[in-house]
Design a protein around this ligand. Structure first.
Ligand code: HEM
Length: 584
């Protein structure tokens, strides 16, 4: 068969991964090429792809990026060479095959080899592992272009690293690209197919999204603005007290975690924790962290190799345990509220009271409500700011000057000050650009075949928003690895406004996702982030501890990343801090 096509096949360092990227192809040729290559590569297993790379490296072909220019003769030569290679390298094939088998059997090994590293602290102790996939995905984006595809087991992924393409697919064609993949671990095991975040684009999702929005829309957020204000103030007081007025180093992470948790507990269940020692704080933060660690978009082979789903496997066990714990914890709280209402007790208005009222008419069962509430509780993390700012005293200094000019020292900053604090706003956007916790968003899935600029995107393809590459684009953000709030000084938008700008190239960042599945918590999260950061800056000078440098390259979590534990000195900026907080 003679097929004409023009494309790129490349290798992966991971056996069982295949890449095809087709450029400027008429739809038919592209498909023919894709099938032919799949057939050839498939016949000789993934090893063929590795051998292909050898061929590329030995310059048998002129240009790595236009490998299959012309017609099938090149392709025939290529498949012929595969056969020769695999025969000539029999022993090598055996070793690779063994490696593939080991990888397939153990999701843990997979994760350890390719998606984790073994970081140690300065004393040589092991600290929690983190993904190393990030720079590879960025490298691949530069090599294969702003849309490239890869196979993981039985699933086709496309990485999208260009804002215009993201908009064209996920906004303009949002009806096609707004579903979710039924990932075995995240969707089926942990959320039991119920959570709003994982529900495919269907009526169940529409219902859950509508219900979630009753608690998260801007008007609703206005209604509990006092909760955000209160919790941010409690946080500052706590940091001052636990840090003994700057006298002892402190890890702000659990305190910030409790602040976010209390907001969500109030909105969802009408309750809050009274101190960091309340067992619910540790439990909720542990569940959230476990969720982030179990659910990287491309990191669990269990999701893509059906056989693994039936074999004893530590990831499946972790997923089942997490599901049980979410139901026990948050489902238990739903139960508790239902019982209290039945007993005639007064329960404050919250998401759960609303859900219980509409449960029959909306056909919600207990699991629906438990999983919707769980999705609320594991949403927010915001610790990068305090890990990063101590290393930038000059930026803190500028922020302090702005605060002294606009707010003064005899009151706390409020939401009303936001519009007059462009430098603080810029700091926040820059933290979000540099350290987006959801660095690969939450994957979208196509619900029908689609051809985009001549490239074929089959139904059921998982599309990943590669925000890491978009946030580090040299053209849009010169010197992209430098933390430089000045780049956002002229951006006066809220992120919730920026997400709707007609020119997508002007959007601040993609931390909250895009399109019909954009984070519905964006309004509450933005306010919370502003209040916490502006008040931390107003109250403290944050300094690194000389012998404890903070390594921002280490992080915890796969789908959502947070910095590994660290300590800083939080020194009150002036004598009035304690007085304004009512602690004198
Ligand atoms: C810094 C804070 C937060 C960040 C960075 C964030 C980010 C995201 C992202 C990237 C998505 C996926 C969007 C997409 O598919 O394109 C998402 C979805 C979601 N977020 Fe957030 N989020 C945050 C806070 C919150 C909060 C406070 C809530 C409150 C409940 C929340 C609730 C949700 C829900 C329910 C979804 C699923 C939406 C759907 O699938 O329809 N998030 N979030």
């Amino acid at each position: 068969m003679v097929v004409s096509f023009n494309g790129v096949v490349s290798y992966s360092p991971v056996p069982n991964l295949r890449f095809y990227s087709f450029r400027n192809n008429p739809y038919n040729d592209c498909t023919a090429g894709s099938e032919s290559i799949t057939a050839a590569v498939g016949r000789h297993t993934c090893l063929s792809v590795l051998f292909l790379e050898e061929r590329l490296d030995s310059h048998l072909l002129d240009d790595k990026d236009t490998l299959f220019e012309g017609n099938a003769s090149a392709f025939r030569v290529m498949s012929y060479r595969f056969i020769i290679h695999t025969k000539d390298n029999y022993q090598r094939t055996f070793v690779f095959a063994l490696l593939v088998a080991v990888l397939l059997v153990s999701a843990k090994v997979w994760r350890v080899l390719f998606f984790t590293r073994f970081p140690v602290d300065k004393y040589g102790n092991s600290i929690p592992p983190g993904p190393v996939g990030l720079p590879i995905l960025d490298y691949w984006a530069k090599r294969f272009g702003p849309i490239y595809s890869l196979w993981l087991g039985n699933q086709l992924f496309m990485m999208i690293s260009d804002p215009q393409i993201v908009k064209d697919l996920m906004v303009t064609n949002g009806a096609i690209f707004s579903s979710r993949k039924e990932m075995f671990l995240k969707n089926q095991t942990i959320f039991a197919g119920r959570g709003i975040t994982v529900t495919p684009y269907n009526n169940r999702w529409r219902k859950h999204r509508r219900l979630a929005m009753t608690a998260l829309n801007p008007r609703a957020v206005d209604g509990y603005a006092h909760v955000l204000d209160y919790e941010a103030t409690v946080l500052i007081k706590e940091l001052l007290m636990y840090g003994k007025d700057g006298g002892v180093p402190i890890n702000p992470q659990p305190h910030i975690g409790r602040c976010s948790l209390n907001v969500m507990l109030t909105v969802t269940f009408g309750l809050r924790t009274d101190s960091i020692d309340n067992p619910l704080v540790a439990k909720a933060l542990r569940l959230s962290r476990e969720f982030m660690n179990c659910t990287g978009p491309v990191s669990n082979m269990t999701d893509f190799v059906p056989l693994l789903q039936r074999l004893p496997n530590c990831m499946v066990e972790r997923g089942k345990r997490l599901h049980r714990e979410l139901v026990e914890t948050y489902g238990g709280m739903v139960d508790d509220i239902a019982t209290r209402i039945k007993d005639g007790e007064h329960v404050p208005d919250c998401l759960v009271t609303n859900l219980l009222q509409v449960k029959d008419e909306e056909e919600l069962d207990y699991l629906d409500m438990s999983m919707l509430c769980s999705a609320f509780m594991i949403a927010a993390i915001m610790q990068w700011f305090s890990a990063l700012i101590p290393a930038h005293p000059e930026i803190q200094e500028k922020a302090h000057q702005e605060l002294d000019n606009v707010v003064g020292r005899s009151r706390l900053p409020t939401m009303d000050d936001e519009k007059n604090l462009p430098y603080i706003r810029a700091i926040i956007k820059e933290v979000e650009r540099c350290h987006n916790p959801f660095w690969l968003g939450n994957p979208h899935v196509s619900t029908q075949d689609f051809t985009y600029r001549g490239q074929f995107i089959p139904k059921d393809t998982v599309l990943i928003l590669n925000t890491y590459t978009m946030h580090h684009d040299h053209q849009r953000h010169p010197d992209p690895f430098k933390f430089n709030p000045d780049r956002y000084l002229n951006d006066s938008t809220l992120s919730s406004e920026s997400a709707n700008l007609p020119n997508v190239m002007e959007r601040d960042h993609w931390m909250f996702g895009i399109g019909r599945r954009i984070c519905p918590g964006i309004w509450v999260a933005e306010r919370e982030i502003f209040l916490v950061i502006v008040r931390m800056l107003w109250a403290f000078r944050m300094e690194e501890i000389p012998d404890e440098p903070i390594d921002l390259k280490e992080y915890d979590g796969l789908s959502g990343r947070s910095p590994v534990p660290f300590r800083i000195q939080m020194i009150p900026r002036h004598a009035k801090v304690a007085q304004v907080l009512g602690l004198d």
